[in-house]
Design a protein around this ligand. Structure first.
Ligand code: 5AD
Ligand code: SF4
Length: 469
């Protein structure tokens, strides 16, 4: 399909859904209906939930964080690891009771977990109190699905097995007025052998740069200071566009936007992180001082079986290149422990990478077997006790290095975007440094949304303590 035609279809589709939103708003008006949404998983899901919130608010629903008060409960699900799925099934059991107490309650499930046949079968058989199920490709259809549910009174299940067009310009409700995520691409073509994402989020496709820039301009005009560009593998942005564009050039364009103060992106795949991107990162003054670069495992043998397409040495060389250009950059990473066949020696290679790179922080995971991925049927699945023991040793090392990193801020000044009143102390505000490190500081709530100069006076493993100047 040509680009022109695709744009026309997506605009027409957005308009159709907006018309349905208006009709539903009529129906919902005066009923004081509330929705409660719970999001599992990554930033991509969090951003999808903002789109859902935007559509529901336009219909006249108000949001509540209490499920017992809600007329519509939504779970935006994740299936990257098994425990995320188990939590959803657990919650669904509890919702059965709520539904018995309030038969008008609607329960909707969406997101990655719904894209798996086995999950759909289980839901249809065992969780028949669910009213609406949709997937990752058709979130924008929510108004239409809800309308069908209201009209027929029957469960609505709509799961697509691939994407159609990218639908632009639907409402979107930001969690913070001053920062926002922006999708630049969807899906993933990498097929790491442990990962279910390519199966539930489909093939890689990039949004047109004009649409991305238009969205960011509008967000900045609306008060946004910080943008996070989102994709499963942002470094391969633009390769499939009619007129290809590199990610480096995209961030150069975004960096020019007046009024924008901070720019972030995630996630980067090491195999696609080009020299030009490193150059662009050092040139673009709005880019934050951090880079999330998952390495997953230290042993080249494990990396090969993971289909990561780099060696331990290549990863370390890449990190050296990044650090040579940006010596103070905060590197963060994802690590998986207990991949099939991982030996103690392989594990020591992972520890070695952590020691050499000295990550500012790391997300550590125990390997979780995902049905349908190549790793699920590999020999030598690792026993839980072995994985847990390695996991704990890794966590100790990661924390030890993290504490050193956090302490290195003490006595220094740093810019912090103040984001909200601290969840633990109403006298404190919480914010983030350019490195994305959490800071608590005594300040007036009127300062929320501002980037202020803070002196760091103390450090814990997961946050800093500062003083406003
Ligand atoms: N088991 C454990 N961790 C996983 N991840 C992805 N798939 C799995 C799995 N099957 C981790 C990877 C990825 C992060 C988002 O989740 O580290 O980078
Ligand atoms: Fe999963 Fe690998 Fe794609 Fe990341 S790059 S989403 S880990 S397949």
């Amino acid at each position: 399909m040509g680009k022109r035609q695709e744009i026309e279809i997506s605009t027409a589709e957005a308009k159709r859904q907006m018309d349905i939103i208006s009709q539903l708003a009529h129906h919902i008006q005066g009923k004081n209906l509330k929705f409660c949404i719970t999001t599992f998983g990554c930033q991509m899901n969090a951003h999808d939930s903002e789109k859902i919130q935007g559509m529901l608010s336009k219909m006249g629903y108000s949001e509540t964080d209490k499920e017992a008060e809600a007329d519509l409960i939504l779970y935006n699900t994740c299936c990257v690891r098994e425990n995320a799925e188990n939590r959803i099934y657990g919650k669904l059991g509890y919702l059965k009771k709520l539904k018995r107490a309030n038969p008008n309650l609607l329960i909707a499930l969406c997101g990655c977990m719904m894209q798996q046949d086995i999950v759909l079968e289980t839901l249809k058989k065992t969780y028949r109190h669910v009213d609406m199920i949709f997937g990752t490709y058709n979130i924008y259809k929510l108004p239409e699905l809800l309308q069908t549910r209201f009209e027929t009174g029957k469960p609505v299940i709509d799961i697509w097995d691939s994407h159609q067009d990218i639908v632009e310009d639907l409402p979107n409700e930001r969690k913070y007025p001053f920062k926002s995520c922006v999708n630049i691409m969807y899906g993933c073509n990498n097929f790491c052998t442990y990962c279910i994402v390519p199966y539930v989020r489909g093939r890689e496709r990039s949004r047109n740069p004009e649409d991305i820039l238009k969205e960011i301009h509008a967000l900045v005009e609306d008060g946004v200071k910080e943008i996070m560009l989102l994709g499963q593998n942002v470094n391969s942005y633009g390769k499939t566009l009619d007129i290809p564009m590199t990610f480096a050039d995209l961030i150069r364009e975004v960096n020019k936007i007046e009024g924008l103060e901070r720019l972030r992106f995630m996630t980067s795949h090491p195999k696609d992180l080009s020299d030009d991107l490193i150059l662009a990162m050092s040139e673009c003054d709005k880019l934050c001082n951090s880079l999330h670069l998952p390495f997953q495992a230290g042993s080249t043998d494990v990396l090969t079986r993971m289909n990561r397409r780099y060696t331990k040495e290549q990863y370390l060389a890449l990190v050296s290149k990044v650090k040579a250009t940006m010596p103070h950059i905060a590197l963060t990473t994802d690590i998986i422990i207990g991949f099939p066949g991982e030996t103690e020696e392989d594990f020591q290679e992972t520890m070695d990478v952590v020691r050499q790179v000295r990550f500012a922080s790391a997300f550590t995971f125990v390997y979780s077997k995902r049905t349908g991925t190549p790793a699920a049927t590999m020999d030598n699945q690792i026993e839980e006790v072995v994985s847990k023991d390695r996991f704990n040793r890794l966590l100790d090392l990661v924390h030890e290095i993290q504490v050193d990193y956090m302490e290195s801020f003490i006595g220094h000044h740093t810019d912090v975007l103040l984001e909200e009143v601290s969840k633990h102390d109403p006298n404190l505000l919480s914010g983030r440094t350019s490195e994305s490190v959490l800071v608590h500081v005594k300040a007036d709530p009127s300062e929320i949304g501002k980037i202020v100069d803070i002196k760091i006076t103390g450090a814990k493993t997961h946050y800093l303590i500062g003083e406003c100047l």
